[in-house]
Design a protein around this ligand. Sequence first.
Ligand SMILES: *Cc1c(COP(=O)(O)O)cnc(C)c1O
Length: 355
Amino acid sequence: MARPSRALVDLDALRHNYAVARRLHGGGALAVLKANAYGHGALRCAQALQRDADGFAVAFLEEAVALRAGGITGPILVLEGVFDADELRQVQSLALWTVVHHEAQLRMVEDTADIAGLQVWLKIDTGMHRAGFAPADAAAAHRRLMASGKVVAITLMTHFARADEPGQPTTQEQIAVFDAATAGLAGRRSLCNSAGVLAWPEARGDWARPGILLYGADPLPGGVNEHGLRPVMTLQSRVFAVRELQPGDALGYGGGFIAPVTMRVGLVAAGYADGYPRTAPAGTAVAIDGVRSRVAGRVSMDMLTVDLTDLPRSGVGAEVELWGQQVSVNEVAAAVGTISYELLCNVKRVPLVYR
Ligand SMILES: *Cc1c(COP(=O)(O)O)cnc(C)c1O
């Protein structure tokens, strides 16, 4: 038997979640496929969405080049924009859309010879203070882009810092800053990431940019998932050996886990080299043959250990879900002090199996 670890990817769930995002937001929705579609395989996800999606978004040029090489023909937005004039020429030759979010990128558009017909997304910093033009500079940047003669259409965009905190006033303030900075400027509007789509109807514009929600992880506190998102990835393996621990036996590296009672422990063929977090403490939820149990002992590189004491019928061969339908990736993320995004895009080494 081959090593029984894999990440199952449910492409129907992906299409379902995309439809949820599009229906909630209205207008168009760019499916965000950066970081290899948050670990799910960018090209396969793009192919699965190609008929439904209005377009795609990736972080940087190489990701877009790979999608074009794989036969993806629709709009692809490069969210970080380009790093040099050569990349800008590739944006044109591959008919990509690109974000312009700082002065050097704006100058590249103005100064690069022999380009035309660009579709630019002009990013305004409305309070995150990371990327984007200051609100006071938005109109001038817009004017310069149009005056360059190289741009056929501008979409005005911004990005939220705290849209996953309903009731927090920052998002409302960002919307107001955006509206004021872009008043009277020609172009479509795009404000919402996943949390914006889910929690801020007043931010809906012409284009949504949903990422994490496509993969079925609700970014809102507690992962309330009131819109019926379906988890796309199931990270799964099997128990390949079972052992019994006596009370007082130390389990795994560091010996920090001491069996409090006689225990049955299963060895599972997945570890931090597969992307399961080493920081997952004993007690982190797993599902074994459909029944919830927990990690016991420290996660190692290639394997981890789970508690089978209360599961006498589960032994060698038992199916272990590390996250998916029964144990949400949000729950594991909370246990290790991170977010679903980081866990999903860290998945590696295990085969991605599509259905
Ligand atoms: C990553 C990203 C998104 C998608 O964010 P989610 O929280 O995953 O929905 C949207 N817009 C921009 C600019 C991004 O960088």
